[in-house]
Design a protein around this ligand. Structure first.
Ligand code: MV4
Length: 653
């Protein structure tokens, strides 16, 4: 085995690779950026090398700095993880030119799969089914239009250099073709510097089923399929293996097609062949088509590991070191069913807006495998993908695994940042998904219900109020003794939940005996038989308090803010004068100066967030009193940026 490997990545995948490397006796070298100086992957590594600034272009995409780090630390090989440089053939070339081993496929294999038109032609030649369409070199609008007419509408225009849906246009009718072509092209030239497109028959309600393959440069095997149909805007949400409804015949057809695809490029290492499947009439061997090949280890690889009992990173390291495949095709078997759910720091009701924040609390249940690159206390920065963790569950059947997924989600406690936990829990319970009726449009069809933020009921508010007052901190803690001398005492607390302010009045009748009045409803709370009760309901809630923020985990995570009456007034008072960031982002430009008079609607700040620019406008006429940020600053959601002073009525001309 290698003595030492460098991991050219960050987060959970860097941690994942290091764990296997260590188990195989290889030392590990981490690389890190400014934002990651104190991160988990740095702590896990035997050595760590600083490679630059927080922006990926200044660190994790700097191939030459990463190669220098490997040479400097005497690492013999580089594992690229996924994303960043993992599918960059120039990087592979540079790694090998430096005398190091790239843990992954050859430059040539990556290049052959890089462009969709060439890859499709190659696959056709190898006898792999491809979606009917046109992928020729001639690109005049006239020829493309004729090709689309011949295929028959609806058709999809896809950028040959595209990925993740970029440069892709659905054309329903002939008359829309020309405009769609133009728009796909202009997006493709901006995003990829390549305006070539291909045309395909549009597959309605498709499923995304991919085959995990593995090669040693000589032999290729497949490790069965994963179903990744549960996506939103090309972001996978929940993946599973095997695919619901998969038959032995279909698996054999897709598996051997995937193996042919990999053999056609002499593949070495872990790879994934993605297929699009028309499942409108069950899974049929004449209704799956090659879409693309990913020449790397994928985010969702753990579901394959769960059902095959193979450590794919171990295979990667062994094969890169020169060993042949550890198992033959005939030795590989599927055992049970596995799901993976991706937990993100994101605000689902706000259109899945990426969120940032410090994880004040983070615990995972024992029943799931958890792959995570963060620990409690870590900061989810705006620089990288905001994934917090992947939960992977494995059970003897799909139903059993799905129940485990629900249990695992219910018992994952995260506080300090907004997450998609509620969305994942609702999705895990969705009836079509539960029945295995999945397709790539499922999430979008049910988005309204899935994206709803649950509102705490009165029993949860009662628990929150008692926790805010220090009377209840967990389902197990015994009550503090309360001496009630003459008449029962009443205390009150104001809290906000989901932007609503409510007051709870708590009357103490004795030790562990309270009544909580929420105005419209009252609950009796008592401690009896070693546990707490709200009326007849046993309190199983877990509570986390951090400053004024209180999170109650009780069939969901419910966040409350305890209001300090004095502070509260102050905030309300200044509210109309402050322009604050609606989301985390980068201050691109400030369009005003202190003392400047502005009118309602004037642009004050341009904020760049999620690759888009947002203009923050003056909420009313006024004078700029102060500017609390500067150009180039990274700001958090709700950060105050500009303060307005009232314009004196007489002063206005
Ligand atoms: C398609 C398709 C329907 N018909 N091709 C989306 C991203 C890119 N990798 C390919 N994609 C699609 N190609 C034909 N001929 C539908 C999609 C598609 C999709 C594919 C897989 C998973 C999710 C998807 C969501 C929307 C569209």
């Amino acid at each position: 085995m290698f003595d030492k490997i460098l991991i050219a990545n960050r987060g959970e995948i860097a941690c994942r690779v290091m764990e296997t490397a260590r188990a195989l006796g290889a030392k590990t070298v981490a690389v890190f950026s400014d934002a990651d100086a104190d991160s988990k992957h740095v702590r896990l590594a035997d050595e760590a090398v600083y490679i630059g600034g927080s922006a990926p272009a200044d660190s994790y995409l700097r191939g030459e700095a990463i190669i220098a780090a490997a040479l400097e630390t005497n690492a013999g090989a580089i594992h690229p993880g996924y994303g960043f440089l993992s599918e960059n053939p120039d990087f592979v070339e540079a790694v090998e030119a430096a005398g190091l081993v790239f843990i992954g496929p050859s430059t040539e294999a990556i290049r052959k799969m890089g462009l969709k038109d060439a890859a499709k032609a190659l696959m056709e030649e190898a006898g792999v089914p491809v979606v009917p369409g046109y992928h020729g070199a001639a690109q005049s609008p006239d020829i493309l239009q004729k090709a689309a007419d011949a295929i028959g509408y609806p058709v999809l225009i896809k950028a040959v250099a595209g990925g993740g849906g970029k440069g892709m246009r659905l054309v329903e009718k002939r008359k829309d073709f020309e405009a769609s072509l133009e728009s796909a092209r202009s997006e493709a030239i901006t995003a990829f510097g390549n305006q070539n497109v291909l045309i395909e028959k549009y597959v309605q309600k498709p499923r995304h089923i991919e085959m995990q393959i593995f090669g040693d440069g000589d032999t290729v095997v497949h490790l069965f399929e994963r179903d990744c149909s549960l996506q939103r805007r090309h972001q996978k949400v929940i993946e599973e293996a095997p695919a619901p409804g998969m038959t032995e015949e279909m698996r054999e057809a897709m598996g051997s097609a995937a193996v042919r695809a990999a053999e056609a490029i002499g593949y070495k290492g872990a790879g994934t062949v993605e297929f699009i499947v028309d499942a409108s009439d069950g899974l049929r061997t004449d209704r799956f088509w090659f879409m693309e090949m990913n020449t790397r280890l994928q985010v969702e690889h753990p579901v394959t590991e769960a059902v095959t009992d193979v450590d794919l990173v171990e295979w990667q390291l062994r094969v890169a070191f020169g060993e042949s495949l550890p198992q033959k095709q005939s030795e590989l078997k599927i055992n049970g069913h596995a799901f993976e759910a991706r937990i993100y720091a994101e605000d689902v009701p706000k259109g899945f807006l990426p969120a940032t924040g410090r994880l004040t609390h983070l615990t995972f249940p024992e029943i799931a495998r958890t792959d995570s690159g963060v620990r409690a206390g870590d900061y989810i920065s705006p620089w990288y993908d905001p994934m917090i963790a992947k939960l992977i569950v494995h059970g003897p059947s799909r139903d059993a695994a799905l129940r485990q997924l629900e249990t695992a989600l219910r018992n994952t406690d995260i506080a300090g940042t907004t997450t998609n936990m509620s969305f994942l829990s609702l999705l895990a319970k969705q009836s079509d998904f539960a029945a295995g009726n999945v397709d790539t449009g499922l999430i979008e069809r049910h988005i309204e219900r899935l994206a709803m933020e649950p509102i705490a009921d009165s029993k949860t508010r009662t628990v929150a109020a008692l926790c805010a007052m220090g009377m209840l901190s967990s389902p197990e803690t015994k009550p503090k003794s309360s001496l009630v001398m003459w008449a029962p005492l009443t205390h009150s607390v104001s809290m906000t939940h989901q932007k609503e302010i409510f007051e709870a009045r708590v009357t103490v009748f004795g030790t562990g005996r309270y009544e909580v009045d929420l105005g419209n409803v009252q609950h009796k709370v008592c401690f009896a038989q070693d546990s707490w009760w709200v009326d007849q309901t046993n309190v199983t809630a877990r509570m986390v308090k951090f400053g004024q923020e209180l999170t109650v985990f009780w069939g969901g995570a419910f966040v409350f803010h305890i209001l300090d009456p004095l502070k509260c007034e102050e905030e309300i008072d200044v509210g109309g004068n402050v322009v604050s960031a609606p989301m985390p982002g980068l201050v691109k430009s400030i369009l005003t100066t202190v003392g400047c008079r502005v009118a309602k609607g004037d642009k004050l700040v341009i904020l760049e967030a999620m690759k888009m620019e947002h203009a923050l406008l003056a909420p009313r006429d006024g004078l700029i009193e102060s500017i609390l940020t500067n150009e180039g600053a990274q700001v958090e959601e709700k950060n105050a940026l500009i303060v307005l002073e009232n314009v004196d009525e007489d002063f206005v001309k």
